[in-house]
Every structure is written in structure tokens, then in C-alpha cells.
Design a protein. Structure first.
Lengths: 122, 626
């Protein structure tokens, strides 16, 4: 069981909004970021309990974000979300805890989140 | 016998030996040039024989014998003039004049009793030296115009002519101003000997000397050959090979005819006349000249796969005499360019005068043709490698596109699926709750986005099939442009239409509107700082023209050639999401071309871009006449 928020990082505003909506409805605390750079700023402010990470983003992509975390000596559970074929390989490349291939069902999303973050705080 | 007499005897022997050699040559190879050479040395030999005979028999030469010897001496400059004509060209009037002069001179020698008056002698001297000087100058000029072995031959002949003139001059000097006889005759002996050698080496060089004179150019050519396949264009390689072959043989020019199997012709990239040689400039025009296998020297050598030598094409191939004469190809050596069993073409080396080449030059032409085959084959391999690379690049581009298209389609789909499931879940859990308008809006927006992407992909596949144009009707381009301009007009991006008259044609109105809309949308999209979008519609050159000009970020010059290609995205466009799939301009080009038109682009990075479309339209929209 983690504390801290779930950080949703995706450059597509619709996906960002939809995923946060799903998680909030279940009772998870959620923060959002539009790219890796914004996400790093958020991480510096408060430590999230899980990161849902898109890989291809402008400004700073998923690989850049993972590198940024290492440079700061921060280790966070990461769930890669990507529409690319190579979801699994990319997840391994950045040492993530798992991946979700877009498009996904919300049950799969919630299962994956619960397995890594735990149930929503009561 | 003193040294002087020895030198004289040697000189005389040399001339007689040369005469025998060239006489044999003229019999084996009866060309005008070889006969003229034999006559020249024959005349000299006769004069020598006459002198020897009178000296040996110790008789005073008779009047007739003296006149004959004089006549023979007077033929020398005329024969030289003929030789100039054999190697280059002498004006006809000069030839005829020289012949008339010679006839007069010979007649005079026999008619005047007992000796020529001094004034007349002066005329003889003028005639002799006039022609002599003309020949010497002509050979010097020919030497400077030609190259390789021919240049060296002409130089030798020019030296021979100068020495001959000097010899006669010394003899004359000896007659009018007798001095130390030994000195003068020694000097004239040396010059006579030199002139004999010069003429012999120039007019009838022994094969060893010929080859030695050919060698420097041949070596230079072979040295360059290895780097030739890397030249940017096959035409440049062919030009280099032609230059090298012509230089190695001392020819006026050379032509390579490349075998075009589908059309069954040999294609020369320049008419094999070598006019470009005369001007001394690199050939810039790429006029083509075609020869069928079996036709003319080149076609025959190709058909037979045998090297071939026409000493005088006018005589040896009379059926095409006119063509040869027009193109100035009189002597021609041809060898097939063949790599293994693969016929690549022919190499033809030509000259406008027969005695430039010799029979054994065929060996050299064959060698050069084989070298050309190696170079052209290497080139073909390099081209093939480039084609394979291009195919791989195209396959890679397609792969890249497919994965990026899949990514682009999955992005709106992700929202659609998740958001729809979320709405369903919420409606199940909280049946009475108010509608989630934000969620519904997201579904609408993302389904529209998905629709646009899918339609774009379908259009792109229609571009490839040539099925873009559907229902065609009579449409005014100006009306379409006006409507689209109005729709996109904003304070930030004012859309200004500039059109004076209707431009009417038969188009698919939906596709033309799609084309114009795409260009105007691009103009707005790539002018993030705002700026005017100018749409102009006019007629020009029987076509309808439409241009869209923006003041936006522009397109880098490196991208310009590619922007109408499928999947291409500008290298200065970082907006992955909104740049679409890189198909918009590809579709625009498809629409223009499938209407029988075209699209072009001009751009200055940082200043703006103009797209211009040309479409076929109806004739001037005048008042209909009945």
C-alpha cells in the first residue's frame, strides 16, 4: 500500500483527462503532467506513489524522464503506457514495473494500478 | 671520303630508303596520303639518282636532264601542299593555283633556252618558298589543334618542312654568295637529313614510334579510369571515356553509343562530329544521335561484335557516305564494348582525314573499349547498389509510416474506449447523476479526430490507385477559394482573396475544395505568430492558377524536394500530434495531378511559403457566341 499521488504523464490532453477521471472516481489521488519535464518538476515537489508514463512526448520523453529520476536518485514504480508496438521493450529499457498497451480497458488499467499502488485510500 | 661527303651520302641513302619504305606502304595501303608521301620521297630520290648518275658517269647533264631535275624539285612544294590537304584542308583555289603554277614552271624549264632569266628565276623561288612556307605554317597549326600521337606527327612534319626550307635557302645562298663551300654543304647536309627524318617520322611513323607517341595519353587515361565509375552521372563517365579514347589515338573525337535494348538502338549522347572539340569547350548540350545495329560503322561493329576500321568511310561504306560527310567522320575505328556476354555498346574513334589512323590502332581501340566495359559495368554495379539502398530506404519509410500511423490511430482510440467505459460505469453506479458533459465532449472530439485520420489514410491509398477524382462538374475556382478563405478568415490570420475573373474548369468540387482547404489550413498552422494568408486565383498560359501564400515559419531548403512525398514531415515541425501523418501535401499533389494539373512550392525559411497549383481550365470565359 503506497501513499502519495498517482502521476499521469501524457502529452495528449484527452487521455490525460480520461485517465485521471477514471482514477479519481475510484478514489485515487491524481496529479497530471504533459511531458517528462513537467513530471520531474512534480516529482521534486512531492513524491508520487506511482507514475503512469507515456513514452513519446515533446520536450522530454519517457526515456528522458527515467534518466532524470536516476540523476536525482529517485526510485519510483512506473507503469509505461504506449500505443507503440515496442511497449514491452521500452518498459524494460527504462526499468519500469510494467506496461499497458494503448488502447486499454479501464478494468486492465485499474488492475495494474491496484497491483502496484494498492487499493485507493479509504 | 671526308665527313661532308659521308653526311651527304648518308642523307641521300636515307631519302632513298625512306622512299622504298613509303612506296611499299602506298602499294599495301593505297590512300591518297600514302601515295602523296611516296611521290614526295620518289621525287627527291629521283633528283638524288640523277645527281649520283651524272657524278658517277662524270658527264655534263644534258639540257633535258637538267630541266627534268629542276621540274622534280619544283613538284616538291606542290606535293607538300597535297599532304597538307591530306591531313587537314587546303582551300580549293590554292590547290588549283598551285597546280597551274607547277604546270607553268615545268613548261618554262623545258621551254627557256638556254637558262632562265634572273627575273623569272625569282618567280620560281617565290613559288617554291610561298608554298613551302604555307605548308610549314599549316602543319604547325595542325599540330597545335590536334593532340596525342597526331600532334607529335604534325610537329615532326612541321620541323621537316622548316628544315627543308632551310636546306633550299642555304643552297640558294651558296649560289649567290659563295663562301666556305665545306661549311655550307655540311650545314645543308644536316638540315636535309633532319627534314628527311622529320617527314618520315611524321608522315609514315614506324609502329614502334607510333606506339611510343600514343603511350603518354593512354597511360593518363588508364590512370584516370579507376576513378571514373564514381563520377556523378553516367553521361559524365561516357564523356570522360570519349575524351580519353580520342586523346590516346590522337583523333579528332570519339563517341560511345550505349545499347538501349528496349528500343534496339545505340544511343550516342552527341552527334559523332566532334564540333565541341573545335570550340574547345566542354560539351553542354545533350543532343542524342541514334544508330541501329547493322547501320554504319558503329552499328555494324556492334552487330558483328567485331572491331572494324574504315580508312575512308565514304569509300568503304558508300550507302551512308552523306551522313559521314555531314558529320565530318571520314576515318573511323569502332570496337564493341562488351562485358562477358553482356553487350553494352560501341566505342567509335573518328577523324576527318584518313591518314590519322593506322591498321594496328584497332588493337588500341579494342583495349580502350574493354576498359570502357569495365568502367561502365562498375558504374552499373554502383547504380544497382544505390537502387537497392533506395528500395530499402522506401521500405524503411513505409515501416516507419505504418508504425507511426498505428500510433496516431491508437491515441484517439485510447480516449474513446476508456472514456466510453467510464461513462458506462458511472451511469451504472449512479443512475440518477447528471450527464458527464466533459466526458461526452471528449468522445465527440476524439471520434472526429479518428475520422479525419482514417479518411486521410483512405485518401492516401486512393492517391496511389489514381482513384481520387470522383464526380466532375463545372466549377469556378474563385468561388471555391472565396468560400474557404471566408471560413478561415480571422483577426490573427486575415485571409485575403485576389481574383479578377472567374476561372472555370471541370473538377471534382469536393476534392478541389479539400486541396485549397488543406493549403489554407497549412498556411494558418505554420504561421504560429499570425500573419496574412493570401489566396490568388488567375489564368496563365492556358491554365488556371491558384496560389496560397503565408508569412509563416517557411520550409527548409533541404525539405522542399520531399514535402510532396508520402510520410514526409518537415524537419522544423516538432508538433507530432498536430502535424498529422505527413499525408496532407501528398494528397494535395494527388488531387492536382489527377485533375491533369500540378503543384509547386517556393519558400524562404522565416519569411513564408507559397504553394501554387496549376489546373487545366476551359478557354477564356468570354461571352458565349451562338
Amino acid at each position: 500500500v503506497s501513499d502519495g499521488t498517482i502521476l499521469v504523464v501524457d502529452d495528449d490532453p484527452s487521455i490525460r483527462a480520461t485517465i485521471s477521471e477514471i482514477l479519481r472516481m475510484e478514489g485515487y489521488p491524481v496529479e497530471v503532467a504533459a511531458n517528462g519535464a513537467e513530471a520531474l518538476t512534480t516529482v521534486e515537489r512531492s513524491r508520487p506513489g506511482l507514475v503512469l508514463l507515456d513514452m513519446r512526448m515533446p520536450v522530454l520523453d519517457g526515456w528522458g524522464f527515467a534518466r532524470g529520476l536516476r540523476e536525482r536518485g529517485v526510485d519510483l514504480p512506473i507503469l509505461v503506457m504506449t500505443a507503440a508496438q515496442n511497449a514491452r521493450r521500452w518498459a524494460e529499457e527504462i526499468g519500469a514495473d510494467g506496461y499497458l498497451a494503448k488502447p486499454f480497458d479501464i478494468d486492465d488499467l485499474l488492475d495494474a494500478v491496484e497491483r502496484r499502488y494498492g487499493p485507493p485510500p479509504a | 671520303m671526308d665527313a661532308n661527303a659521308l653526311l651527304q651520302a648518308l642523307t641521300q641513302a636515307l631519302f632513298v630508303v625512306i622512299f622504298l619504305v613509303v612506296a611499299v606502304q602506298s602499294v599495301r595501303r593505297p590512300l591518297r596520303a600514302t601515295i602523296d608521301i611516296a611521290l614526295l620521297f620518289g621525287a627527291v630520290s629521283l633528283v638524288i639518282a640523277e645527281g649520283l648518275a651524272t657524278a658517277l658517269l662524270d658527264i655534263t647533264p644534258s639540257r633535258v636532264l637538267q630541266a627534268t631535275a629542276g621540274a622534280l624539285v619544283m613538284t616538291l612544294p606542290y606535293l607538300l601542299l597535297r599532304l597538307v590537304d591530306d591531313f587537314s584542308d587546303v582551300p580549293r583555289w590554292l590547290m588549283r593555283g598551285a597546280e597551274a603554277g607547277l604546270a607553268l614552271a615545268v613548261t618554262g624549264l623545258f621551254a627557256w633556252e638556254p637558262a632562265l632569266p634572273a627575273a623569272v628565276t625569282l618567280l620560281y623561288v617565290l613559288y617554291f618558298f610561298g608554298l613551302e612556307a604555307y605548308a610549314a605554317v599549316a602543319f604547325v597549326r595542325e599540330a597545335s589543334r590536334s593532340r596525342g600521337v597526331t600532334r607529335r606527327r604534325m610537329q615532326a612534319v612541321a620541323i621537316g618542312s622548316l628544315l627543308l626550307g632551310l636546306t633550299i635557302f642555304i643552297a640558294g645562298l651558296q649560289a649567290v654568295a659563295p663562301g666556305p663551300a665545306g661549311f655550307w654543304s655540311a650545314l645543308s647536309g644536316v638540315t636535309a637529313f633532319g627534314s628527311g627524318l622529320g617527314y618520315f617520322f611524321g608522315f609514315a611513323p614506324p609502329p614502334v614510334l607510333r606506339r611510343a607517341w600514343q603511350e603518354p595519353e593512354l597511360r593518363a587515361f588508364l590512370g584516370r579510369a579507376a576513378s571514373l565509375p564514381r563520377l556523378p552521372h553516367t553521361s559524365a563517365i561516357v564523356a570522360e571515356l570519349e575524351r580519353g579514347a580520342a586523346a590516346a589515338l590522337g583523333a579528332a573525337g570519339a563517341g560511345i553509343g550505349l545499347w538501349d535494348e528496349s528500343r534496339n538502338v545505340l544511343v550516342f549522347s552527341l552527334p559523332p562530329a566532334g564540333q565541341q572539340e573545335a570550340s574547345g569547350r566542354a560539351p553542354t548540350d545533350t543532343e542524342e544521335y541514334e544508330v541501329r545495329p547493322g547501320e554504319m560503322a558503329a552499328g555494324r561493329a556492334f552487330a558483328l561484335q567485331q572491331p572494324l576500321f574504315y580508312e575512308n568511310a565514304l569509300r568503304d561504306d558508300p550507302a551512308y557516305a552523306d551522313v559521314y560527310r555531314r558529320s565530318g567522320v571520314i576515318a573511323v575505328l569502332v570496337a564493341p564494348i562488351t562485358a562477358g556476354s553482356k553487350r553494352l555498346g560501341v566505342l567509335a574513334v573518328y577523324a576527318s582525314h584518313p591518314p590519322i589512323f593506322a591498321e594496328d590502332d584497332l588493337v588500341l581501340v579494342r583495349l580502350l573499349a574493354d576498359q570502357a566495359a569495365v568502367v561502365l559495368e562498375a558504374r552499373a554495379l554502383i547504380d544497382e547498389a544505390a537502387r537497392v539502398q533506395a528500395r530499402e530506404e522506401a521500405a524503411r519509410l513505409k515501416d516507419d509510416f505504418l508504425s507511426s500511423a498505428a500510433h496516431d490511430l491508437k491515441t484517439p482510440l485510447t480516449t474513446l474506449v476508456a472514456q466510453a467505459q467510464l461513462l458506462e460505469r458511472r451511469a451504472t453506479r449512479q443512475p440518477g447523476a447528471p450527464a458527464d458533459l466533459d466526458g461526452i465532449t471528449r468522445i465527440v472530439r476524439e471520434s472526429e479526430r479518428l475520422r479525419d485520420l482514417v479518411l486521410e489514410l483512405l485518401d492516401a491509398s486512393r492517391v496511389e490507385d489514381g482513384r481520387l477524382v470522383g464526380f466532375v462538374e463545372t466549377v469556378d475556382l474563385v468561388e471555391i477559394a472565396r468560400e474557404i478563405c471566408k471560413r478561415h478568415d480571422s483577426a490573427r490570420h486575415p485571409c485575403l482573396l485576389d481574383a479578377e475573373e472567374p476561372v472555370v474548369g471541370d473538377f471534382d468540387p469536393l476534392r478541389i475544395a479539400q486541396l485549397v482547404e488543406n493549403l489554407v489550413e497549412n498556411a494558418v498552422k505554420y504561421s504560429p505568430g499570425g500573419g496574412e494568408v493570401r489566396v490568388r486565383v488567375w489564368r496563365e498560359g492556358g491554365e488556371g492558377r491558384l496560389s496560397v501564400t503565408d508569412q509563416g515559419i517557411g520550409i527548409p531548403a533541404d525539405d522542399l524536394p520531399h514535402i510532396f512525398q508520402r510520410f514526409h514531415r518537415g524537419s522544423n515541425v516538432d508538433d507530432r500530434r498536430f502535424a498529422g501523418m505527413g499525408l496532407g501535401l501528398f494528397i494535395c499533389r494527388g488531387i492536382a495531378e489527377q485533375h491533369g494539373g500540378r503543384i509547386e512550392v517556393r519558400s524562404t525559411p522565416g519569411r513564408g511559403t507559397t504553394f501554387e497549383v496549376a489546373l487545366p481550365v476551359r478557354a477564356e470565359a468570354g461571352v458565349p457566341t451562338s
